[in-house]
Write a protein that binds this ligand. Structure first.
Ligand SMILES: Nc1nc2c(ncn2[C@@H]2O[C@H](COP(=O)(O)OP(=O)(O)OP(=O)(O)O)[C@@H](O)[C@H]2O)c(=O)[nH]1
Ligand SMILES: [Mg+2]
Ligand SMILES: [Zn+2]
Length: 397
């Protein structure tokens, strides 16, 4: 008998099943309160929200069961800890808190780099009475231009929304609902506290009564109102995890040359016109196809700028980790100068052979970590440590 883990609470997993032990369809799906089989615990298999599991010792009348095994995962996120997610709904408030495109581009890069597809929602559009000057300077004269820009740049659905019935953007909620129903699948919500994630879910499905709070209430408490990860059925076959944590991003462990994969429009450019240097990081190098595209207005300046900021952050963290873990290879390290924001900083570049060796070593360490994670118990803090270690290695979110 199979089911899906919807939440974990007070030592119980809540597992949704829609067949009985004979495989016959139940009149309607049931959520069972489940413990985990001891053997599984001994093997140290972690059970996560989103996991497909097999069950034994099921008592449908009592709505209880026992998790016997965890089926292979199609994806695994670390923050929030959740398995088998297909897409990410990225929430970006236009006001309260103010629109922050740097944060958006960072979040989008994070989603893309994790191999997931983002959809973007610019929320609270009713609160925007006049166009902030900062936006105009970026070339956006209104919300519609902003929506069109991100839609074209990312090639994914983008909406401006409002839960206020008297707003012109209110009708977009119906369009969003239609597209979500068509797309189906498992989603996780991302975005800063106060972006309106829980409010929007409550609106789309009036049966939901998820707790929300004003931004000033949140500031007083200094924490997300939503604090547990739970998969909820928004529409038939559309599951959403209103989970805290996706806004706290860490890019440590990533290699500088990976960062560009978080910006899909760069790949469009580099497939048709190559940079002079094959390993070009599109930062300040001469004859760079991306920099040319920025100058020609084919890549947005703010996107490239946000890319450079992220690149610098990743490069610094990468150098730090290289210094710590590969001191013995220092003989093969080359140093070069890189100009950033008027300052010249020294950039450590490994020669390609060592870089390859380095990557192999990284991959080996990663494989070891993966194996250990499989054998770590959820109740054991070591899982947390291992996932933390894995994050250091840049394998997961
Ligand atoms: N004016 C306006 N206010 C909104 C809209 N959507 C949400 N809000 C308000 O914004 C505040 C924050 O909303 P929440 O839904 O709690 O935000 P959240 O993203 O779930 O925040 P966390 O759970 O802390 O991560 C609440 O006071 C909502 O009423 C909107 O479209 N327009
Ligand atoms: Mg919330
Ligand atoms: Zn380049």
């Amino acid at each position: 008998m199979q089911g899906t883990v919807l939440k974990y609470f007070s030592n119980y997993f809540y597992v949704r099943v829609f067949t009985n032990e004979e495989g016959e369809l139940l009149p309607e799906p049931i959520v069972l309160e489940c413990m985990v089989r001891n053997l599984l615990k001994k093997q140290g298999t972690a059970v996560l929200v989103g996991d497909s599991v097999t069950l034994d010792e099921v008592y449908l009348n009592n709505k209880t069961g026992r998790i016997a095994s965890v089926l292979p995962r199609t994806s695994l996120l670390k923050k929030p800890k959740i398995a088998n997610i297909h897409r990410v709904l990225v929430f970006v408030p236009l006001q309260q808190p103010n629109l922050d495109l740097r944060q958006l581009d960072r979040l989008l890069a994070h989603v893309q780099l994790s191999g997931l597809t983002p959809w973007v929602l610019f929320t609270k559009a009713d609160l925007l009475e006049t166009m902030p000057l900062a936006w105009e300077q970026l070339g956006f004269s209104g919300v519609d231009e902003l929506v069109a820009f991100y839609q074209k740049t990312l090639g994914v659905p983008v909406f401006a929304t409002s839960i206020m019935a008297d707003s012109g953007y209110f009708s977009n909620m119906a369009a969003l609902a239609t597209q979500l129903k068509e797309a189906g699948g498992n989603w996780v919500l991302a975005g800063v506290s106060g972006a309106g994630k829980s409010s929007l879910l409550n609106h789309l499905n009036p049966q939901f009564k998820i707790k929300t709070a004003t931004v000033s209430e949140k500031l007083e408490r200094g924490t997300h109102t939503t604090r547990h990860t739970e998969l909820l059925e928004l529409f038939p076959a559309v599951w959403v995890a209103d989970a805290p944590g996706f806004s706290h991003l860490a890019f440590e462990g990533m290699e500088p040359e990976q960062v560009q994969q978080g910006f899909p429009e760069f790949q469009v450019i580099t497939t048709v016109s190559a940079c002079e240097y094959p390993s070009c990081l599109h930062d300040t190098e001469p004859q760079c196809a991306i920099i040319h595209a920025v100058e020609a207005g084919r890549v947005a300046r703010h996107r490239h700028h946000h890319y450079q900021t992220l690149l610098q952050e990743v490069t610094e963290a990468f150098e730090q980790s290289l210094k710590q873990s590969h001191k013995q290879e220092i003989g093969g390290v080359k140093q070069g100068n890189r100009k950033q924001g008027g300052k010249t900083s020294t950039v450590v570049r490994l020669d390609p052979k060592l870089r390859e060796a380095n990557r192999k070593q990284y991959n080996q360490q990663l494989n070891q970590l993966h194996q250990t994670i499989e054998t770590a118990s959820l109740e054991d803090d070591s899982l947390e440590d291992l996932l933390e270690a894995e994050e250091q290695q840049g394998a997961l979110l």
